[in-house]
Design a protein around this ligand. Sequence first.
Ligand SMILES: Cc1cc2nc3c(=O)[nH]c(=O)nc-3n(C[C@H](O)[C@H](O)[C@H](O)COP(=O)(O)OP(=O)(O)OC[C@H]3O[C@@H](n4cnc5c(N)ncnc54)[C@H](O)[C@@H]3O)c2cc1C
Length: 387
Amino acid sequence: MSQADSTAPFIQAIAQQVKSELAPMTQAIDREGLYPGDFMRRLGALGGFGAALPAQYGGLGLSLAEQIQVTTQVGRECGSTAFLVWCQSSCGWYLAHSPNEAVRKRYLRAVACGELLAGTGMSNAVKHLAGIEKIHLRAQRDGDGYIVNGSLPWVSNVGDGHLAIVAASVEDEGYIMFAVPSTARGLETRRCLEFSGLEGTQTLNLRLNNVHVPADDVLAHPDQFAAYVKRIKPGFVVGQVGMGFGIIEGCLAIMRESNAGTAHVNIFLDDQESDLADQLAALKAQAAALARQAQDGETPILPVLKLRAAVSELTLKAANSAALHAGAKGYLMLHPAQRRLREAIFVAIVTPALKHLRKEIHDIDQASALEAATVQPEQASHALAAH
Ligand SMILES: Cc1cc2nc3c(=O)[nH]c(=O)nc-3n(C[C@H](O)[C@H](O)[C@H](O)COP(=O)(O)OP(=O)(O)OC[C@H]3O[C@@H](n4cnc5c(N)ncnc54)[C@H](O)[C@@H]3O)c2cc1C
């Protein structure tokens, strides 16, 4: 039996749960900001966050490729909830790769099983490390722990009873990554202004006012941080493509439905269902290969960034085409084509946003070109010396 065959029953069980429990809630999630906490807990019990996590901590011991399949199943019905699945499974991914056993023991099993819901407030740090913005959280040493101050504007899947995983700078030392339970003294959450979509993600403003972070809640200390981020980044970036894949599949379904009645005019549109489906299949194959490499810690970041950018672009294209296929019906607020447009834009603006990805790709290309230009003259002078 191939690995895909052996995982099929688990993916099928999740697909069934998505159809029966999540599909009827998508309108309320989108229009009323319903947070699907119970659905998330039940998904966790089915292994929906643990595909890439070790069995000894309650995971399934498969790989990120299967985790992407789960996120895709959820995103076919609801892009907003697919984002929550990514948040939760990424927190598991961060914990699983922490070099510090204490923090893994404290939280990983509960996060993997969905008993403890968790948010990742890493956008600011990831953008900071890419030279886009200043770091918002600052830590000072306090014994073997830290005291942290600052605020993060938007963190999803957090609130009472949840965990948040974030990063801060430590003066003259570098950075730390750590977990903060909602009960931590000095942690406050505030509501955000209303978003145009993703309102069901419980996205809050986090304020840390002299929050004490014990050593047992630290995922990476300053001397561990660089190697740790290098290990986790390809995985958490490639994991996001499941959101895009699910939304694209939802858009293809809208196009097929519309073609049943108006194919005779829809054929004049630029992005046809079969072309988009072919492009989706190619990106899925790339994602599966990169996800397995990321699981083993063997993928360089550049192909991952390129894939993530290509998925953002295809998601935007598919959502636009679905809306154009659906026509005036698709312009009704309750039609999924409307929701898909807003979900697709989110895929392209959540960190790493499309503009961020293009900047990082540009920076890496520039650095490689510079390196090649400095190596070549050296090689030329070695060649001359040999003659
Ligand atoms: C619904 C929703 C949910 C989200 N959930 C999460 C989450 O769970 N976790 C999380 O971490 N993030 C989350 N985010 C944040 C998201 O990932 C992005 O970080 C966020 O959308 C901001 O990115 P941006 O591309 O708009 O920033 P940009 O527009 O790229 O801005 C980058 C920075 O540059 C600064 N800037 C602007 N002009 C200048 C200038 N001239 N010089 C120097 N600096 C300048 C800005 O202040 C900003 O800080 C969420 C966002 C939304 C909308």
